[in-house]
Design a protein around this ligand. Structure first.
Ligand SMILES: Nc1nc2c(ncn2[C@@H]2O[C@H](COP(=O)(O)OP(=O)(O)OP(=O)(O)O)[C@@H](O)[C@H]2O)c(=O)[nH]1
Length: 538
């Protein structure tokens, strides 16, 4: 059985960190043995690999220092200078500090890690405004780079692509010169990220047309709502979830299973491969796939039979099932599909391109159908019923695997006052901003739901109570700093949070939601704007 579902952050930290350690130890040994130009060249090669890893995994801390080291090494090598290495030494020390910090983070494996995303580039002429926007986005856990000249922007684009570029329409000084810059990127085929334009004051229809013709889908007048910008990044950006399917593969042939696993991995999908048909139901429950690929003929049973059994569970009725077989008789294929309720049939030998395209097509449709059933329309978060389903599965998983689990309930404080003062639509905007905020700050493996009007619920698997309290406190501290806007007025909102931790004697998920509710009640009574962990002593 192969599990390829490694969280991105784990490799992010370890690859650049490991390479950084390699660089530091090489530096130490040359420092002892004495320096020459060949040593410097060797160090430079190691450093370039570090830059590569840091870029690939968007590890900005390592990237910045490694780039500084690269500059110093290039100068030293070009001038054949091996005497005064003080600046190099300082930068290697900086690297050591970062590496130590990252290693510490890596050890706290049960601590929820915040998502790493590519930076947002703010090419905005008004630097005061750019700083304010950057600060607001930083509360969402997003990192911005403020770039105030075309030169700076070009330099940064050569190193790392942003998750989104926010561009002043007049960025280069002349009217519409920012749009012209983006047009040039597009003609040079180097526009691989979304762009949002910002215009101070009214802009002509001609400008708006030029902007839309670059392929940009959003245009802001005067100011940018961080929530809207994040939504735009999520729907348009390269970080979009389109590819992110969880695929369960059952094939009794190990070599075939390995081939599919590798193909899915290359397409950045999360795969779980099993070779024993008898494990299918348990694995479905544990892995919660978006889609299943079943070999048609296996010892002991057929794919059609298994598909029928899977479909007997209400939860899996609409999940796409793709059959694999060497059978190329179309009549037999159709018969197998109608008998087993499969959605597609792929013939062996499998064409990797066809496999991936079939998964994407099926997965996309299934996700949008499912979204209608399980998601709340205002926030896109899971609705109350589905959140409880997820909590139930998470409790079963945690009990089976003997891991920790927390359930948090979050309720916006004095929300009635927000509606009464600023109106219902602004209230809705606050609800959406908290939903976006939770999505940004929590891990992909956490389940976030809208529990009721201004109430949210979060399932935190593999999380100890102390970590859950820490992360929810951190989220609260940042959320209450977000300036919510109502016309020209800014206001701030806090929330109260109650947390319940799964304990060994606890049987039902209902217990967990009940006691999280009690803890939330306590948080409200303690004056709101705080996090409370349920304790049986209360
Ligand atoms: N804008 C908006 N308001 C909603 C929505 N759902 C519920 N509400 C409002 O949320 C308010 C909740 O008010 P209360 O339950 O009194 O709570 P509160 O004012 O937040 O006070 P505390 O929770 O005690 O801090 C009510 O006025 C509801 O009408 C929604 O989808 N949008």
């Amino acid at each position: 059985m192969t599990d390829t579902g490694t969280p991105r952050n784990t490799s992010t930290v370890s690859k650049a960190t490991t390479q950084s350690r390699r660089l530091i130890s090489t530096w130490q040994s040359f420092n002892k043995s004495g320096w020459n130009t060949d040593n410097l060249k060797q160090l430079s090669l190691i450093n370039q690999r570090l830059i590569g890893y840091a870029e690939r995994y968007q590890d900005e801390d390592h990237l910045t220092v490694a780039q500084a080291i690269d500059k110093i090494l290039t100068q030293l090598i070009d001038s054949e200078q091996t005497q005064d290495l003080e600046t190099l030494t300082q930068r290697v020390r900086d690297l050591a500090k970062i590496t130590l910090r990252k290693s510490d983070q890596g050890n706290a494996s049960s601590t929820p890690q915040l998502k790493l995303r590519k930076p947002i580039y703010l090419a905005i002429l008004d630097t005061n405004y750019a700083e304010k926007l950057s600060r607001q986005l930083s509360y969402f856990g997003l990192q911005c780079k403020i770039l105030s000249t075309v030169n700076e922007l070009e330099q940064h684009l050569r190193i790392t692509q942003p998750s989104i570029l926010v561009m002043d329409v007049d960025f280069a000084g002349d009217p519409d010169s920012g749009i012209a810059f983006v047009e040039n990127l597009s003609s040079a085929n180097t526009l691989n990220f979304p762009v949002s334009f910002l215009s101070k004051g009214r802009s002509s229809l001609e400008t708006r047309l030029k902007a839309i013709r670059t392929g940009s889908k959003s245009f802001y007048l005067d100011s940018i709502d961080p929530g809207r910008l994040i939504e735009h990044m999520d729907t348009e950006g390269s970080d979009s979830q389109d590819n992110d399917y969880r695929v369960l593969v059952l094939d009794d042939s190990r070599s075939q299973a390995h081939f599919i696993d590798t193909t899915l991995k290359k397409a950045k999908m999360t795969a779980k491969v099993i070779t024993d048909p008898m494990l299918i139901l348990d694995t479905l429950e544990e892995f919660q796939p978006d889609l299943v690929i079943l070999d048609m003929y296996m010892p002991g049973c057929t794919g059609s039979e298994l598909a029928n059994i899977i479909r007997q569970h209400e939860k899996w009725v609409s999940m796409p099932i793709i059959f694999l077989s060497a059978e190329d008789d179309i009549n037999k294929q159709l018969q197998a599909m109608s008998l087993g309720g499969g959605d597609d049939f792929l013939t062996k030998p499998i064409n990797p391109d066809y496999l991936i395209r079939t998964i994407r097509n099926r997965g996309k449709r299934a996700k949008s159908l499912l979204a209608l059933m399980v998601r709340d329309s205002l926030t896109g978060l899971y609705n109350h019923t589905h959140t409880l389903h997820c909590l139930e599965s998470a409790v079963q998983n945690a009990q089976r695997e003997n891991t920790s689990l927390c359930f948090a309930m979050v309720d916006i404080d004095h929300f009635k006052k927000v509606n009464d003062t600023y109106g219902h639509p602004i209230g809705d905007k606050v609800i959406k901003s908290l939903s976006l905020f939770l999505r940004q700050r929590l891990r992909k493996s956490d389940v976030i739901g809208r529990y009721g009007g201004e109430e949210f619920a979060v399932v935190l698997p593999n999380t100890a109570a102390t970590d859950a309290v820490m992360i929810m406190n951190e989220i609260l501290a940042k959320f209450r700093k977000i300036a919510q806007s109502a016309g020209d007025t800014d206001f701030f909102v806090s929330f109260s949070c109650g947390i319940a931790a799964l304990s060994p004697g606890m049987e039902e998920s209902a217990n967990l939601s009940e006691i999280a509710d009690k803890a939330l009640y306590e948080a409200k009574h303690a004056g709101r704007n705080c996090v409370r962990l349920y304790s049986s002593a209360n």
